[in-house]
Design a protein around this ligand. Structure first.
Ligand code: SF4
Ligand code: SF4
Length: 442
């Protein structure tokens, strides 16, 4: 009989909250504190809340397994104080044999950022460029725990909970096969209601614009969101980096709001978006000594500076993301590794309320969703070979092979970090491409 870590590895379990870190690696550590991330701080996503309300029995089984594997001395489930129904359900499990705390978070962004969450609960700051394990914590998402429980029952990750939100006729949260085409989801939600629009994988703060014609649900997809072409989020995401830099050089007011409300700066990290903007004044960034921009490595891509903090609509985030790609190419490494860090004394008063953020993002008119059983047709799936942190998975099937739901179709690359991928339908392998596999229903 395989041990539980092997079963989680065999099941292809990865961080389902968006990060995609392989769970068999994350849970193969001895820790002080296991933290369940049910904060779901991005607007327009309801997956965690719905899972806590509908599937907590299974989530709780996954939590018991994870606590046992990690030897955690303390277990905390962190969720929004406003999730009253979910809190009631969790309270009901308190006598189920596992000693856990419920930590109620305010409705601020980014409450679900791992480092923010660790600080809120433990008052420990994760070192710069570090991970929660460095302060004795592992943070795990609700749906990941559900998949951990299923894996220890011999089941594979073949289903994904996804909210379909924004400009669709009937926003909804569903469970669908991994690899389901996004167009199938949009049709299930009654179709797109805007004339000109963009589709995102993720929420308004951290989601990525996708070409929905070819895109399919990944193990990390939590939200398929449609926003109008002229929404502030869409406009920012579609600005080219050259234009972002030129606008910054022309109109930055040096007001410092981007830094003063940056969650990583407020945790005490050496990250100063306003300083970066000032250093752009001298002209073409490519001619500058890029070393002076190396604190880009500390940016967690939360999007607050771009979508909330800046009064003139500039994006330090976009420039930091550009720098994070450029710096390694020029041999400039991340020097930021400070361990002993004290959070900013004003942090508590500078949390961004989600309700105000929604207004700013022009998404306040979109309502919360409810769960609905998915009864759409999925005739063909696309399974990306990278839907996790690590090396691309290696196909173990070829065109023409017949597969059943749960069959292994791509394995972890030898010696590498990665995750197994399984077919989510019964069918025939139609294509094996460089970055994906396609399977058609038998
Ligand atoms: S995106 Fe902006 S606000 Fe968020 S961590 Fe990066 S610099 Fe700070
Ligand atoms: S908030 Fe905007 S205007 Fe103010 S310093 Fe930052 S980038 Fe410049």
């Amino acid at each position: 009989m395989a041990n539980e870590i092997e079963m989680i590895r065999d099941g292809g379990v990865v961080g389902a909250g968006g990060a995609g870190f392989p769970a068999h690696v994350k849970l193969d550590a001895q820790i002080e504190h296991l933290i369940v991330n049910a904060a779901e701080c991005e607007p327009l996503i309801d997956v965690d809340k719905i899972l806590l309300e509908r599937e907590f029995k299974l989530v709780y089984e996954g939590l018991k397994v994870s606590a046992r594997l990690t030897g955690a001395k303390k277990v905390t489930i962190a969720l929004k104080d406003k999730y009253k129904r979910a809190i009631e359900i969790l309270e009901g499990f308190k006598k189920g044999g596992l000693d856990f705390d419920i930590f109620k978070l305010g409705n601020f962004y980014p409450a679900g950022d791992e480092q923010t969450l660790v600080y809120e609960i433990t008052r420990k700051v994760v070192p710069e460029s570090g991970i929660p394990l460095m302060v004795g914590c592992v943070v795990i998402n609700v749906e990941t725990l559900l998949n951990v429980a299923r894996a220890t029952q011999g089941k594979k990750v073949t289903q994904k909970y996804v909210t379909i939100s924004g400009e669709v006729a009937s926003p909804v949260t569903v469970r669908v096969p991994v690899g389901t085409p996004v167009q199938v989801l949009l049709d299930f939600a009654g179709g797109v209601t805007a004339d000109q629009y963009a589709v995102f994988d993720g929420g308004p703060m951290m989601g990525k614009v996708i070409d929905h014609n070819g895109y399919a649900v990944k193990k990390t997809t939590k939200n398929i969101m449609v926003l109008p072409e002229d929404n502030i989020v869409t406009v920012q995401r579609k600005r080219a980096i050259k234009g972002q830099i030129k606008r910054s050089q022309a109109i930055c007011l040096s007001c410092r709001m981007c830094t003063d409300l940056c969650p990583r700066y407020l945790l005490g990290h050496d990250l100063f978006p306003d300083e970066m903007m000032k250093r752009l004044y001298k002209g073409d960034m490519d001619q500058e000594d890029m070393k002076k921009f190396d604190y880009a490595y500390l940016c967690c891509d939360c999007g607050l500076c771009e979508l909330y903090n800046c009064v003139v609509d500039l994006s330090a985030r976009a420039i930091f993301n550009y720098l994070k790609e450029e710096l390694p190419k020029r041999g400039i490494e991340n020097p930021y590794k400070r361990q002993e860090i004290t959070a900013n004394e004003f942090r508590e008063y500078r949390k961004v309320p989600v309700d105000r953020l929604k207004q700013r993002l022009e998404v306040h008119k979109y309502m919360d969703t409810k769960f609905a059983e998915f009864d759409g047709r999925v005739d063909r799936i696309k399974l990306y070979l990278v839907q996790h942190v690590g090396a691309p998975s290696v196909p173990v099937v070829k065109e023409g092979d017949m597969v059943s739901e749960g069959d292994l179709v791509a394995d972890i690359a030898p010696g590498g970090l990665g995750a197994r991928i399984h077919s989510s339908i019964d069918g025939k392998v139609l294509a094996v491409e460089e970055d994906n596999l396609q399977i058609g229903k038998a």
